[in-house]
Write a protein that binds this ligand. Structure first.
Ligand code: SF4
Ligand code: FE2
Length: 627
């Protein structure tokens, strides 16, 4: 196996930027220069503009805002607001999925593809399934899930999936999330002028809002996406810009909600549409993806991944993108003006993500089929507008096996145990591997790219070192795509592992970096650790497992970090979440929360040190267990 190096990816980007320069295109690389150095107050989180007496910024000479708020209150409020933004975003995505499920019909565009999973969740929730039509059940479950967003009493249903011990910690710390929307609203209430300015209270609510995401809205998103579109199973695909095909109509799906991308894939595969593409002079249609919606369709359909977050402009810069079709989240507004430099149609589809210089084709559940067909047609018709002298697709791609949902992972790992019947269908084979030391532990690698970190470099280098040290990696989001682009999701990457992990990869026929899905699918990782804890009789915090987001950038990532920590998993960040300005906030996040949830953050911007700290933490946990 020859990995694709970050240097090679950068060289390809440089070549694409030359095309960009020819047509007068802007690019994030240039905008970063214009924005550097960043505002120091913003960087440290010490600027407050939540009331119109301000903005106030804290300096040694001006230690308090006009209202008297100190730096810790300001940083703390900013942190909670940031979390609330992320929790709202993931959870609203989950809500959209519930609405899609509510609209599913046996003869409609959206169907129930995994009825077994639906029944399993219904039983878990105590909903009667006997003798019920599966679509009636789907609608009832969708409505029940939607109620989780606004129910006046009680806490999230999904919390019951956690080990008793974890549930008790949440209860005692008063961070069990109530209605999802309530936790977001409460966060915004708390951060309003004249409410909370005590770091402890702000951090507590940050964890609760995070949990409303991970053990609420995101879990709805993941679980009901599986019900609608199928629970992922291992499937082969490819990753990096070379998956685009110069002879074909290239449609790139970008964003997060599979309701759109699934439909686009469905129609791009329709013989009628392929014939239409041919009539326009193309040889066929290639759909590829960027960001999480790409992960969704890669996991379920093997649709190739063109790239991750900071490659979204590259897709257009190939000159071979007929349409970039987006739904919500992580979409650069830059795509509007950039697409105007090429023939590319930039198609926005969601009322939630509307952007200048785009063609807005509003997508909704009722008209999904019709709109998806329209979008595919527009792309086909745009093929003839391509400017051949601008076309350059870097010849760069890697094979990847993706689709390791928890269900798939458990099934796959049954192969590595001495196949005693009683352990199949559980995480016990994985526990055996960990306790015996064949695998030292696991790292959940998640999150975005961020120009503050050399893009993809941290993801790839950390993963290489982890697997070489017999630490298995589960990855999601743009981190997973970085791994796939490099070649780390090729089963042949087993050769980069230590002897123990290599053996497991061979026995189970898996790559050492396992693709668990999109960012909302970090909820899958939460259920995985919950199962590991239950099956091993340990607390989650005792497991030699840590989380890591080395290149994160979005509010969603902070929300995720909060629920991963709150679940009992030490979390390592490569970028500071704008809290450097407050020693008290730093203290709460890196130490204080441990008293409540048995885990905390580590922020380390030196990537070498970051990976060593993770390995040390895993070994410490092993030592504490005497394994
Ligand atoms: Fe300034 Fe206080 Fe208003 Fe913030 S809330 S802008 S610190 S006066
Ligand atoms: Fe994502």
């Amino acid at each position: 196996l020859k990995l694709t190096t970050v240097e090679e990816m950068e060289a390809a980007t440089a070549r694409l930027l030359e095309t960009g320069a020819k047509v007068g295109a802007d690019a994030w690389q240039l905008r970063v220069k214009n924005q550097t150095p960043h505002c120091k107050f913003g960087e440290q989180g010490v600027c407050c503009r939540i009331c119109a007496m301000g903005p106030c910024r804290i300096t040694p000479k001006a230690p308090r805002g006009i209202c008297g708020c100190d730096v810790h209150g300001i940083v703390g409020r900013n942190y909670l607001k940031f979390t609330a933004g992320g929790a709202a975003t993931h959870s609203d995505h989950g809500r959209e999925i519930c609405h899609t499920l509510y609209a599913a019909q046996p003869d409609g565009a959206y169907k129930v593809k995994d009825p077994e999973k639906l029944i399993r969740i219904a039983k878990e929730w105590g909903v009667e399934t006997e003798g019920k039509d599966i679509y009636d059940l789907a609608h009832e479950m969708a409505e029940t899930a939607l109620m989780e967003y606004g129910k006046p009493f009680g806490v999230q249903r999904w919390l019951k999936r956690a080990p008793e011990h974890t549930q008790k910690l949440w209860h005692d710390a008063e961070i069990e999330p109530r209605a999802i929307d309530r936790e977001v609203a409460t966060s915004l209430h708390m951060t309003h002028m004249g409410c909370s300015s005590k770091p402890e209270a702000l951090v507590r609510q940050s964890l609760r809002a995070g949990l409303a995401d991970g053990w609420g809205g995101s879990m709805c998103g993941t679980e009901f996406s599986d019900v609608l579109f199928g629970t992922p199973k291992p499937i082969d695909t490819e990753a990096n810009l070379g998956v685009m095909n110069a002879d074909n109509v290239n449609i790139v799906v970008h964003g997060h909600d599979p309701s759109l991308s699934e439909m686009v894939c469905e129609y791009a595969d329709d013989p009628e549409m392929i014939a239409y593409a041919k009539s326009m002079g193309a040889k066929g249609i290639t759909v590829s993806g960027v960001c999480c919606t790409s992960n969704e369709v890669a996991m379920r359909r093997g649709i190739p991944m063109a790239g991750n977050f900071l490659q979204q402009e590259n897709v257009v810069l190939t000159g071979a993108c007929e349409a970039i079709v987006v739904d919500v989240q992580c979409i650069f507004p830059a795509l509007g003006p950039l697409s105007k430099c090429f023939h590319t149609k930039f198609i926005t589809t969601s009322p939630i993500a509307q952007m200048p210089d785009s063609d807005y084709i509003r997508f909704d559940v009722g008209t999904a089929a019709e709109k998806a067909k329209q979008i595919v047609k527009i792309a086909c018709e745009n093929f003839k507008n391509r400017k051949p002298d601008l076309v350059y697709i870097p010849d760069m791609k890697q094979k990847a096996t993706v689709g390791y949902s928890l269900e798939a992972l458990v099934k796959t790992l049954d192969g590595v145990t001495n196949s005693q019947v009683d352990v199949t269908g559980t995480t016990k084979p994985l526990i055996e591997c960990i306790t015996s030391g064949v695998i030292r532990g696991a790292v959940a690698m998640v999150g975005c790219n961020n120009p503050k970190i050399r893009p993809d470099y941290a993801h790839i280098e950390l993963m290489k070192k982890l697997i070489a040290n017999d630490i298995v990696v589960v990855a999601s989001g743009c981190s997973a795509q970085a791994a796939a682009k490099a070649g780390l999701m090729d089963k042949a990457a087993k050769d980069l592992c230590g002897a123990g992990l290599k053996r497991v990869c061979e026995l189970a026929d898996i790559p050492p970096v396992l693709h668990m899905g999109s960012c909302v699918d970090i909820s899958r990782m939460m259920v995985l650790v919950a199962e590991l804890a239950k099956d091993s009789g340990l607390n989650i915090s005792q497991l030699p497992v840590v989380g890591c987001a080395p290149e994160w950038m979005s509010e969603k990532a902070v929300s995720i970090g909060n629920y991963v920590v709150a679940t009992g998993i030490d979390t390592f960040l490569g970028v500071d979440p704008y809290v450097a300005g407050s020693s008290e906030m730093g203290q709460w996040l890196t130490e204080g929360v441990r008293d409540w949830v048995e885990a905390a953050y580590t922020v380390e911007t030196d990537i070498e040190k970051l990976v060593d700290k993770m390995i040390d933490r895993i070994e410490e946990k092993r030592t504490a267990l005497g394994i």
